[in-house]
Ligand binder design. Structure first.
Ligand code: FBP
Length: 550
């Protein structure tokens, strides 16, 4: 047997809290609301989803009478990047369907959607589930980024679910995966294929949330891990008083992680991509803003500090966004010639020679290392992989140059750069995520039992104790609108970016000047799994501020 840590062993017996609806299991009463519409473009969404559009929201309630259920066979898929709590969603599904009928079974498709397409799956036994309760990671069955969107995928899904006797598929993923879950639900329902599809909201990025979903799971834990590390660095900075730490934080697009970590740790500088885009800031304006704070602290004798930078930043700076889009086109157009060049400097020169005007100017203003990174790494769709661009190094270098040219800067500027991302994605889930995920899993089991399809499992009121949480289902079409993606109109769940008029950003912007000039660091320390509720049962600052302002 693999050796497990003392914490994992002690944590295995933690019993996640659930909404009151599930205190006697997942055989619950279903309360239906009124028919729903869509987040936008309702007519188009209705046309695209004639079989699953318009269903009512539902809420589960503990049943007053004893009920009996029939066996359910559920298939589970983990889709996309790891997020703390995924194993607890599966444990919740398992315990949920077993509470409905002991003969129920749960199958895990391996390595994400590919497992469904290739019919690679395992039955998840009680032993497997027990070994993974309250653990981080997706290693129980693995995950993958294949998008289930083509008809051949849907045909394979039908074949492999039917071959394994699976009547409900639960897809645990982000906005894209849940959109595709809905497309699959529509495909089955409109063809009278008896397989239901349920979604669960996952992503550390925190950008799958709306009026129906309070938060995506994993965000809470990942932000606590990063905030612990940032707090430790702040304390080091304040002890040694000789470094500026530039820290890039994961989050493919939205800056929720960066904002949450800022709220938890009160660093000197935090860049929020959505604000950069709204103010149409240029790269040199960002550099100027950072250099200004560094110079002001230096004037007060403080040649140290901490700056948080969101992973997706460069795509939100309008001029860099334009540059990236021209580079994507250029590199696709000139792929053959570009591939033949082996020397890195020659690659950069090749690109320089083909960029003119504003794009050429912006490209030339970037440090050499970043120029090369922008030319190299592309995902399978030909887009820049922002997690590989070292924005923190780029800004450290550009800010250093700017400070040298400033007459009023008499201080010292030494930097350390960091990127926190993968460190947090598989952490043991906080109590919040352990409870939330297990409850989402139970909700998915109840939705399966209620024969619902095209629904997302939702658990709400989570800033309150679990005894006040509610559980239910929301038609995925209700969260959709139509957006232009890769030149086509597509139905999508709207990605939640940081709202500049939202309570978390407002609180941050009211305090950031003070945090910049003073040293008002907060050191959150590690996630606590055992001990008093005030240190173990926390909710994210973002959620707290958002919900309290509603
Ligand atoms: P999901 O949206 O799939 O949850 O993934 C989020 C994320 O962690 C981003 O923050 C990051 O940019 C990306 O995954 C990294 O992906 P990969 O694991 O493929 O390097």
């Amino acid at each position: 047997m693999t050796r497990i840590s003392a914490l994992q062993s002690a944590r295995a017996s933690y019993k996640p809290k659930t909404p009151p609806a599930f205190t006697a299991g997942a055989l619950v009463d279903v309360i239906e609301g009124i028919p729903t519409t869509a987040a936008g473009d309702a007519e188009k969404i209705e046309k695209l989803f004639p079989a699953t559009y318009g269903n009512p929201e539902i809420i589960f309630q503990k049943s007053a009478q004893a009920k009996s259920g029939t066996p359910l066979n559920v298939g589970v898929i983990l889709s996309g990047g790891q997020a703390p709590g995924g194993h607890n969603v599966i444990a919740g599904i398992y315990d949920g369907v077993k509470s409905i009928h002991q003969g129920s079974k749960v199958f895990g498709f391996l390595k994400g959607p590919d497992g469904l397409i290739k019919n690679q799956l395992i039955e998840l036994t009680g032993d497997i589930i027990d070994a993974h309760r309250n653990t981080g990671g997706f290693d129980m069955i693995g995950s993958g980024r294949t998008k289930l969107e083509q008809e051949e995928h849907f045909i394979a899904a039908q074949k492999h679910c039917e071959a394994n006797g699976i009547s409900t598929l639960v897809i645990i993923g982000g906005d894209d995966s849940n959109t595709n879950a809905c497309l699959l639900a529509e495909y089955f329902k409109s063809r009278k294929i008896a397989i239901n599809v349920i979604g669960c909201p996952k992503t550390i990025d925190g950008d799958l949330k709306n009026s129906c979903i309070e938060t995506s799971f994993g965000f809470d834990t990942a932000c606590r891990v990063y905030s612990e590390l940032i707090g430790n660095i702040e304390r080091d900075a304040n002890s040694a008083k000789k470094y500026w730490h530039f820290i890039k934080l994961m989050g493919r697009s939205a800056s929720h992680i960066c904002l949450e970590c800022a709220l938890q740790t009160q660093p000197n500088i935090t860049i929020i991509s959505e604000e950069v885009a709204a103010k149409k800031m240029t790269l040199s304006q960002i550099v100027e803003y950072m250099a200004g704070i560094i110079a002001a602290r230096a004037a007060n004798g403080m040649n140290f500090g901490v700056a948080l930078i969101p992973e997706g930043l460069i795509e939100f700076i309008p001029e860099v966004k334009n540059l990236i889009s021209s580079l994507n086109d250029l590199l696709a157009r000139e792929a053959d010639a570009f591939q033949k060049i082996t020397d890195s400097n020659e690659k950069v020169d090749f690109v320089k020679g083909k960029l003119d005007g504003e794009n050429g100017k912006v490209f030339n203003s970037l440090p050499g290392g970043i120029q090369l990174q922008l030319c190299l790494d592309r995902d399978p769709h030909g887009n820049v992989q922002v997690s590989l661009i070292e924005t923190e190094k780029m800004l450290a270098e550009m800010v250093g140059k700017r400070l040298k040219s400033m007459d009023n800067f008499k201080g010292k500027f030494s930097t350390q750069t960091h990127f926190f991302g993968y460190e947090g994605r598989c952490a043991a889930p906080s109590n919040y995520d352990a409870d939330y995920c297990y409850s989402l899993g139970f909700t998915a089991a109840a939705l399966a039992n209620a024969g619902r399809t095209g629904y997302m499992a939702v658990v709400r009121n989570t800033i309150k104790p679990a005894s006040e949480w509610t559980a239910g289902g929301v038609p995925i079409t209700m969260m959709m609108n139509v957006e232009r993606r890769h030149g086509e109109d597509k139905p999508v769940i709207r990605k939640a970016l940081t709202e500049l008029d939202g309570a978390p950003f407002k609180f941050f912007s009211q305090n950031r000047e003070k945090w910049a000039i003073e040293t008002e660091y907060v050191y959150p320390g590690p996630i606590q799994y055992f001990g008093p509720s005030e240190v173990c049962d926390l909710v994210s600052k973002t959620l707290e501020l958002e919900q309290k302002s509603n």
